[in-house]
Design a protein around this ligand. Structure first.
Ligand code: SF4
Length: 239
């Protein structure tokens, strides 16, 4: 807060008969009257005042940022008190250090990519002519780095054959820099069972291993449970 420690004294000590501090104020405040709630703390009046007092070889700081307590002290004619170490500064310093430490840990552990998976809803499962069951998924690979990256992909946890549509050769999926790639993946089980599936992708050039979980489903009870779970999730988001 900009303020003057003592109004009468400030008026007496003010050496500027051109009212520069008022002229430069974008709000039009006369800060010599005391703190004003409309002040935006731009500091222009402080600079103008210091320019004048410097030119006149007088002490600067007639207008300055000051705590309300010290402004009140000044009005009572008491000396201003500045304590650097006090509960407020200690708590704020601790909070800043904790925030900085958290950001450093997150920065050190950041990955260059991300993966998400979405199970096809309609149909959830397809029974093929040979009796095997196929589930389809849309997997989104995200490249957060400034260079293109190649990701290989595999499915764990289910005894199923995986195919990437449009990439039958099983080559790594190239994701452009700062971009994403949505790929269609199918899992086919000869002896189908409802089970968890973990899609794991590895950055071929780096050490990042990313994973996302979903389910392989084939019977009605499991489908209904999944729909009920989605409905609960939707309801929770609504409330
Ligand atoms: S700090 Fe800016 S807004 Fe506040 S009184 Fe000074 S010039 Fe005006």
């Amino acid at each position: 807060m900009s303020g003057i420690d003592d109004r009468a004294d400030a008026r007496q000590r003010c050496h500027d008969d051109r009212n520069l501090c008022v002229s430069v104020c974008p709000i039009g405040i006369d800060i010599r009257e005391g703190p004003n709630f409309a002040c935006i703390n731009c500091g222009l009046c402080i600079d103008a005042c210091d320019d004048v007092t410097t030119a006149l070889a007088r002490p600067c700081g007639l207008i300055d940022y000051e705590s309300w307590t010290n402004i009140e002290r000044g009005r009572r004619g008491e000396d201003r008190v500045s304590r650097l170490v006090r509960p407020k500064t200690m708590v704020l310093t601790g909070a800043c250090l904790a925030l900085a430490a958290g950001m450093a840990v997150m920065f050190a552990n950041r990955t260059s990519g991300a993966i998400s998976v979405q199970h096809d809803r309609s149909p959830v499962a397809v029974v093929l002519s040979d009796g095997s069951v196929r589930n389809a998924y849309t997997i989104k690979l995200l490249n957060k780095s400034a260079t293109p990256h190649a990701f290989d992909l595999k499915a764990e946890g289910a005894d199923a054959a995986m195919a990437i549509i449009g990439n039958e050769a099983g080559k790594p999926v190239i994701v452009p820099a700062d971009g994403s790639e949505a790929i269609r993946v199918t899992l086919t089980m000869v002896r189908p069972q409802n089970t968890d599936v973990r899609f794991v992708t590895r950055d071929v050039a780096g050490k990042d291993v990313l994973s996302a979980f979903d389910r392989f489903l084939f019977n009605n009870a499991a489908l209904q449970r999944m729909i009920a779970r989605d409905f609960r999730c939707f309801f929770v988001m609504l409330v």
